[in-house]
Structure formats: C-alpha cells, structure tokens
Design a protein around this ligand. Structure first.
Ligand SMILES: [Zn+2]
Length: 311
C-alpha cells in the first residue's frame, strides 16, 4: 500500500527551551527508528507547505490567529498559556504542521496515496477556537477536517484520538457539527481535565483510569469506538496519533505498549477500508519518551503500510 510520510525541516525550529518534553528530538527519534527498521524505504516522502492563513482563520478565531502571526516579538517567545509558547521561528513549525495535515488530505483524496502520516510538531488537539493549550497552537487535525469538508465536499469524517490526553480542542471545534464523529480515549483525571461530561451523539469519549494496560484499552475501544465508527461509516479517517499513553512515557499513567498501538491502528484501518476507500490521514500529537515514541510510530506505520496488526 502506498503511504505518504509528510514532514518539513522547519518543524524542528519550534523550541520551548532546554529539557522541555515537546522538543525537536522527538522527530529525530521517529526518523531514526524508521530508518533503522527499514520502514522508511516503503514510504513516499513529502515536504509540507505552510498552511494558508485563510484556512487557519476558518478553524480558529481570526483575532487569535492574528495574535500569533502578527504579535510575535522579533526575539524570544510569546507565551500563549502556561504550557505553550511560540517564537518567530517556532510559528513556522506550527504553519508547516497544519500544512502537512492539509497535504495529507489532498494526497489521499486525489488517490495519490491511500494513507498519510504527518510527522510534525507542535501537536494540535488541545487548540480550540481561540485558545492554545498543552503545547498546541493550531489544531492540525481540525484544519485537515475543515479542508476535507470544504475542498472535497465530504459529508462524514471520523477523527480517532488515542493520545493519553483528551482532545478537547477538536471536540470544541466540532461540537455543533454532526458531520464529524470524534472518538477519543484518554486518561482521566488528567490534563485537560474534561471529556467525561460530554453528551453528544457524535462524540465518543472513552476515559481510562491511570495504570490501565492495553487489555483494558482494547476492551473499551472495541466496546465504544468501533460500533460507533461502523454506524457512522466515515468517508475519511483522521487520526490524532499521540503516543504518550506508552508505559515508558511519564506524561501519563497509562501502560500501553507497541502491540496496543498496532491493534488500534489495525482497527482504524479496517474501518477505513470498509467505508472510506482506505483513506487515512494520521497526524502526530503527543509522545515524549523518545525511544518509545520511535518504536510506537514505527509500529503504527508498519500497520498502515500493511504489516501484521496482530498483537
Ligand atoms: Zn498527550
């Protein structure tokens, strides 16, 4: 199967300071693992352009976009919230990250590839209409979904988010849009401390207790996400692919392992093949333990390519 790997060297520019977990080394860890495993040979590499401002302004409050694009100091960082800052160079990372997700949609919708993985930073799923959060500036997956609705006239898109943290930004942005089914699993209670009180037929939130292993994750996903996704029959699957629920990642207390990410990816792929002509655009979110991140992304991509999803 033809799989695109979309990134840009400018995604390395975003710098939150020494010892910050959301660091450029995350992308190096992914690249190193893909090369070492030989998976890189099976991927088609694409450079991500910067997202267009007009699209950003349809997903986020134009005042918020202007604050980020126009108010940046020449030197130093602009703090957007307690966790999230951006500099002149770092905003390039954010623009390319969103642009990667848009190109991913274009590639799969035009049939140039069936699946795309966007190795980008900063992550996006905590960014809402007018707010950053949890290292996220622009909501890459929400931007991809908006582009897919507008440019290709899709009527049903599913976003699956298996990051350890609830994708509150994505939920907020599509709260009133039944064309998008949002399926999120996350540790609760944990940042951003929401997602359990949602009552919507197009949001399927699966809170998980800290300390649970993959067996519980699989059971809950199989019970909650899969029937909802089957009923919804998405025309495109977007994935907020966060790997900070890995047992080696201290950003959460979940105890997931590579076989669990393989399993989840295979389930996503099966739904996409049944309903969406196999179309998947997966966008990196969290994942901060570098070795575990590299291995987990490799496992995810291996299944996207067509490797064994068992385990
Ligand atoms: Zn996370």
């Amino acid at each position: 199967m033809s799989v695109a790997f979309i990134s840009h060297s400018d995604c390395l520019l975003h710098d939150l300071g020494p010892d910050h977990p959301e660091c450029p080394a995350r992308l190096h860890a992914i690249n190193d693992r893909l090369i070492a495993s030989g998976l890189e040979m099976a991927l088609r590499q694409f450079d991500a352009p910067q997202v267009e401002r007009a699209l950003l302004e349809r997903v986020h409050d134009p005042t918020y976009v202007a604050h980020i694009l126009d108010d940046l100091p020449e030197e130093g960082r602009l703090w957007l919230d307690v966790d999230t800052a951006v500099s002149k160079a770092g905003v390039c990372s954010a623009l390319h990250a969103a642009g990667a997700a848009v190109v991913g949609v274009d590639l799969v919708m035009r049939g140039e590839v069936q699946v795309a993985f966007c190795a980008v930073r900063p992550p996006g799923h905590h960014a809402g209409w007018a707010a950053s959060g949890g290292f996220c500036i622009f909501n890459n997956v929400a931007i991809a979904a908006t582009h897919a609705f507008e440019a290709y006239g899709l009527e049903r898109i599913a976003v699956v988010d298996f990051d350890a943290h609830h994708g509150n930004g994505t939920e907020e942005l599509f709260a009133d849009d039944p064309r998008l089914l949002f399926c999120s699993s996350f540790e609760h209670p944990l940042y951003p401390f929401c997602g359990v009180g949602t009552h919507s037929d197009h949001v399927v939130n699966v809170p998980l207790d800290g300390g649970i292993t993959g067996a519980v994750f699989r059971e809950r996903v199989a019970e909650r996400w899969l029937p909802a996704l089957e009923r919804f029959a998405p025309q495109l699957m977007l994935v907020s692919a966060g790997f900070d629920g890995h047992a080696e990642d201290d950003m959460s207390h979940l105890r997931l392992r590579e076989p669990d990410y393989r399993w989840a990816t295979q389930r996503i792929k099966t739904i996409a093949e049944r309903h969406a002509q196999g179309r998947i655009v997966s966008v990196l979110e969290g994942g901060y333990a570098l070795s575990a991140l590299g291995r987990s992304v490799a496992a995810h991509i291996d299944v996207l390519i067509g490797g064994d999803g068992a385990g």
